[in-house]
Design a protein around this ligand. Structure first.
Ligand code: SAM
Length: 491
């Protein structure tokens, strides 16, 4: 208390009555003096805070000590101290017989406020009577006062009064039932015919905001009556139809904020199958199934999506396949066309090869003719070159074709300077215009040779007389194709 309230508030607001039947025990308690061994279970910081060192012992602090009133009290014989908020009793009831224990528990029930708590030692646990007190925390053995004592249980207890063995069995049986109801994993609330909550097990208390103090209150006064589901219509239906009425998958967020799902079932409790004594309301946690169902639905929807995607992919594939088929057909057509073109090309190639061969043959023949011609030409040139007279050959247009070495010597022009040029325009030391007439005669086919002697000058400027013979150059058809001029200086 001091830790929660602070020392000052504790002294103002809290009174602790410490009682025992034995004066010696009381006197020892009043001293509040403990050995270190006695205080072993007390944490060191609390020990330093609330005890003062006196020699080898620890003494409870004086100012806090004033909150405690020590007094002799016989649990069996004396009137109990009343209106208590908390009653702690440890290792005392075990010294009493069963009857005395029952009386003391009745007194404890009386001594406590309606909202009071009872805190017991381990030894008292098995003696507890569930109808007077409702477990709040079994591990720490804390119980709440049950405000209304159920008449039936009272009668049952009275019926067993005086029979020590039967009392123990009843007490243990009731206690075991309470433990068993708390231990099940289904939330359970029992409501009697007058709408009073008779029982609320551990799971309901932990998850639906019910406390031990709500036992004995009307159901309509607690939130559970309306949330997470309206219980009244279900109760009325169950009682009217005399069979369980329920609703599945009711959502409820717990104190930890986690959303849970419950199947709520209201079962009518019928006396010998007829008169309704009340109803049992169960809350079965189906969160796991709801989660599984949600997962299943999610998987199902994912599967559907995947299936749709697959279908769409399939359709796309079919389209692609059709396109591919059409492309293949086009390619086949193109291939056929290419094959036909290829065949045509092969034919063309064969024809070209044959033409080529023919041309090669022609070429070979031409080459051979050319060689022959070259040889004849060379032969002719050598004849012309070796002649002592200057020899000039002109064509039908009187352009120079042949101009031999002697002509070069005579007139000072080289063959490459005059070849292709009109003979009558050449500037040489010979009056070439006088040769115009005989040359025309030769070309006209009027016989020959035409002889004449001309005065001229050689390349050195020396005056010379030159005998010129003009001979027609006959072709294969006997017609003149040009003329041959032979020029020989006279001595
Ligand atoms: C084992 S001691 C327990 C002391 C203390 N509660 C504890 O747990 O350390 C039992 C105490 O019960 C007291 N006692 C026995 N009969 C009693 C009675 N009828 N009324 C009150 N006290 C009684 C005894 O005097 C004794 O001090």
């Amino acid at each position: 208390f001091a830790e929660l309230l602070g020392t000052e508030a504790l002294c103002q607001r809290v009174k602790i009555f410490a009682t025992d039947v034995d004066e010696g025990a009381l006197s020892q308690a009043r001293q509040g003096s403990y050995s270190l061994e006695d205080l072993e279970p007390v944490p060191a910081d609390l020990r330093e805070k609330y005890f003062e060192r006196a020699a080898a012992r620890y003494v409870f602090r004086h100012e806090l000590r004033r909150a405690i009133i020590f007094g002799r009290l016989d649990l069996i014989a004396d009137a109990p101290i009343s209106r208590l908020d908390l009653l702690a009793c440890r290792n005392a009831l075990i010294y009493l017989n069963l009857e005395a224990q029952r009386q003391v528990l009745d007194r404890f029930h009386f001594a406590l406020n309606e909202t009071g708590f009872l805190f017991l030692g381990r030894a008292e646990m098995l003696l507890m009577h569930a109808n007077l007190f409702t477990p709040v925390n079994l591990k720490h053995r804390i119980f709440a006062k049950t405000p209304k004592v159920n008449l039936a249980d009272h009668l049952a207890l009275l019926a067993h009064g005086g029979e020590a063995d039967a009392e123990t069995k009843t007490s243990q049986g009731v206690w075991l039932r309470a433990l068993a109801i708390d231990a099940v994993s289904v939330g359970q609330v029992v409501v009697d015919a007058s709408d009073t909550i008779v029982l609320a097990n551990e799971l309901v208390r932990a998850r639906f905001g019910l406390s031990a103090r709500d036992v004995g209150r009307p159901l309509r006064d607690v939130e559970l009556c309306y949330r997470p589901v309206e219980l009244r219509p279900l109760i009325e239906r169950a009682l009217a139809e005399r069979r369980p009425a329920g609703v599945a998958n009711v959502e409820r967020s717990g104190p930890d904020g986690q959303i849970r799902y419950y199947d709520v079932l209201v079962t009518p409790l019928l006396e010998e199958g007829s008169r309704p004594l009340g109803v049992a309301i169960t809350f079965t946690d189906v969160t796991r199934y709801a989660q599984l169902r949600a997962e299943l639905e999610r998987s199902h929807s994912e599967l559907e999506t995947a299936y749709e995607e697959l279908q769409s992919a399939n359709e796309e594939l079919q389209t692609t396949n059709e396109e591919l088929q059409s492309t293949v057909e086009e390619l086949e057509t193109t291939n056929e066309e290419l094959q036909s073109s290829n065949e045509e090309m092969e034919t063309l190639n064969a024809e070209l090869q044959s033409t080529n061969e023919e041309m090669q043959t022609t070429n070979d023949q031409l080459r051979s003719r050319t060689d022959e011609l070259d040889r004849a030409n060379t032969f002719l040139e050598s004849i012309v070159a070796s002649m002592e007279a200057g020899v000039v050959v002109v064509d039908a247009n009187l352009a120079v074709e042949i101009w031999n070495r002697k002509a070069e010597d005579l007139w000072g022009l080289r063959a490459d300077e005059v070849r292709g040029k009109p003979f009558l325009n050449l500037d040489i030391g010979l009056p070439v215009e006088e040769l115009k007439a005989p040359l025309r005669e030769c070309l006209a086919g009027n016989g020959g040779p035409h002889r004449l002697v001309l005065d001229g000058r050689n390349r050195r400027g020396k005056a010379i007389r030159c005998a010129v013979m003009c001979i027609p150059l006959a072709g294969t058809d006997k017609r003149a194709q040009g003329a041959i001029l032979m020029m020989e200086p006279e001595d």
